[in-house]
Design a protein around this ligand. Structure first.
Ligand SMILES: NC(=O)c1ccc[n+]([C@@H]2O[C@H](COP(=O)([O-])OP(=O)(O)OC[C@H]3O[C@@H](n4cnc5c(N)ncnc54)[C@H](OP(=O)(O)O)[C@@H]3O)[C@@H](O)[C@H]2O)c1
Length: 261
């Protein structure tokens, strides 16, 4: 069973976007095992159903899900309405979603792909924050967390446009933190390095040798790639009362990679 010993989210309700696998799933599991009621999302109903069943099997007591594309305003509203209907309130929003459809030189990114990157990675999180805001205010405050990326600071070759959207996410995190502090809502983020998920699979799927080489090229001080649980623990800290005096920050979760503005 779970090795999670803290119970910092008993009685709290959290939305985790894009959470049927990878980092989002690990965040949902961690918050759920710490006592939160969880609503997860992703595009595919089957993935949502499977992830909900898996989270229950792992010991998360209250978990449900909504399928749909996070950039759709109807889907965003559906997630919020569903959460209120199912669990009665909202305390925490984890804007975990992010896409990276473009590989190559930044000037080769088409206008359509550029717009899509910003629509999903930046605008949808902003829209979700707006939608949950009155409901978190009703609870006397809470927490919003964004999943950025170390590429916000680093501009890795091949995914520069994605990195620009993540730099915007860091800025959005700061701006929302300043705007929502008066409502006792803290807004923070994480900036993961290379975390072993489907999204980054192309980088590490060559086996141990490929991983070792990537670790050296990226100058990862801790000598290994990250796993989703490395991110989930930091998100749980930021969402909890343990981080009561932290807002507007983005914590780099990258094993010591040099990544700063
Ligand atoms: N992995 C890394 O190395 C890394 C590093 C830095 C930052 N990040 C960030 O971490 C976040 C999660 O990435 P990950 O690596 O955990 O990815 P992942 O393992 O590939 O999982 C992506 C999740 O998002 C869902 N999803 C994809 N597009 C969606 C959409 N348009 N609307 C709703 N749900 C959607 C997927 O489910 P469906 O297919 O069912 O939609 C899945 O549950 C992203 O913001 C990413 O930018 C990742």
């Amino acid at each position: 069973m779970s090795s999670v010993k803290c119970h910092r989210f008993e009685g709290k309700v959290a939305i985790v976007t894009a959470a049927t696998k990878g980092i989002g799933y690990a965040i949902a599991e961690r918050l759920g095992l710490e006592g939160a009621s969880i609503v997860i999302g992703s595009r595919n109903q089957k993935n949502v159903d499977e992830a909900v069943a898996q989270l229950k099997a792992r010991g998360v007591k209250n978990v449900a899900g909504v399928a749909g594309h996070i950039a759709s305003v109807e889907v965003q509203q559906k997630i919020v309405d569903f959460t209120l209907q199912t669990f009665g309130k909202i305390n925490i929003l984890i804007n975990n979603h992010g896409i990276n459809p473009a590989f190559g030189h930044i000037l080769e990114v088409s206008d359509q792909v550029w717009d899509k990157l910003f629509e999903v990675n930046v605008k949808a999180g902003f829209q979700m924050a707006k939608l949950v805001h009155p409901h978190i205010v009703k609870q006397g405050g809470g927490s919003i967390i964004f999943n950025a990326s170390y590429s916000a600071y680093h501009s890795p070759p091949g995914i520069a446009a994605y990195g620009v959207t993540k730099t915007a996410v860091v800025g959005l995190t700061r701006a929302l933190a300043m705007g929502l502090a008066k409502d006792n809502i803290r807004v923070n983020g994480i900036a993961p390095g290379v975390i072993k998920t489907k999204m980054s699979q192309v980088l590490w799927e060559g086996g141990e040798e490929a991983e070792k080489e990537l670790t050296e090229v990226q100058e990862i001080a801790l000598g290994r790639l990250g796993i989703p649980e490395d991110c989930a623990g930091v998100v749980a800290f930021l969402a909890s009362d343990d981080a009561n005096y932290v807002t507007g920050e983005t914590i780099v979760v990258a094993g010591g990679v040099q990544a700063r503005i």
